[in-house]
Design a protein. Structure first.
Ligand SMILES: Cc1cc2nc3c(=O)[nH]c(=O)nc-3n(C[C@H](O)[C@H](O)[C@H](O)COP(=O)(O)O)c2cc1C
Length: 196
């Protein structure tokens, strides 16, 4: 069976969220996916077609003013063309975000991605990790140290550059990439079995 194709459609204003996107890609490739990393603010027609052909699309954006960035919203609005044709119907979807505060209202960005995925008729994949860093035994180096369920969340200090994206958040994003790939593989195998 061919490898699942996982596309990561993301925006990053200053490079921090790009590090998280790379981590999702690394995790997906580690699990055997073919991947496409697509910057939604520079998206070409050929890249839209890569999204249409992908088995899974992972949405990513920094959290700006409590939601996805303006550039991501422009992309989401443009995806209404796919909404009309149901081009993304039944694809796998997942999401990640990064912001300066530990919370910073990141949950709202992930929920926005879930709504976008639902409007497109996609199947949302959660993070699938228990929360870390929430007991006396825990530490900031735990996987899912920020305690999200809907997707992968990262926090980067507002006065530091992309190199400061927390290693635990990078590992959490890699986990999401692997999980999306494994889920896509199961769905592809299931469809093939049903069609046989
Ligand atoms: C316009 C703007 C709005 C922001 N709003 C939030 C916010 O709501 N919550 C938060 O925690 N950080 C907020 N931040 C901080 C960014 O999320 C943070 O710097 C992030 O690392 C930027 O990622 P990027 O380099 O990929 O753009 C905001 C930054 C900008 C520029």
């Amino acid at each position: 069976m061919s490898s699942p194709v996982v596309a990561i459609a993301y925006h990053s204003g200053f490079g921090h969220t790009a590090v998280v996107a790379e981590a999702v890609r690394a995790g997906a490739e580690d699990a055997g996916a073919d991947t496409h990393l697509i910057k939604v603010d520079e998206i070409t027609e050929a890249e839209w077609e890569l999204l249409d052909a992908a088995d899974a699309i992972v949405f990513g954006s920094p959290t700006y003013m409590g939601t996805a960035s303006g550039a991501f919203h422009v992309f989401a609005e443009a995806s209404s063309k796919r909404w009309f044709t149901r081009a993304w119907q039944d694809k796998i979807a997942a999401g990640f975000t990064n912001s300066a505060s530990k919370s910073g209202d990141k949950l709202h960005t992930l929920q926005y991605f879930q709504t976008l995925a639902a409007q497109q008729g996609m199947h949302w994949v959660s993070l699938g990790l228990l929360p870390g860093w929430n007991s006396t035994e825990g530490s900031e180096n735990d996987l899912n140290r920020l305690g999200f369920f809907s997707g992968a969340a990262a926090q980067t200090n507002s006065d530091e550059g992309p190199e400061a994206v927390h290693k635990a958040d990078v590992a959490t994003a890699e986990h999401l990439g692997r999980r999306v790939t494994e889920t896509a593989r199961i769905v592809l195998a299931g469809r093939a079995a049903v069609a046989a």
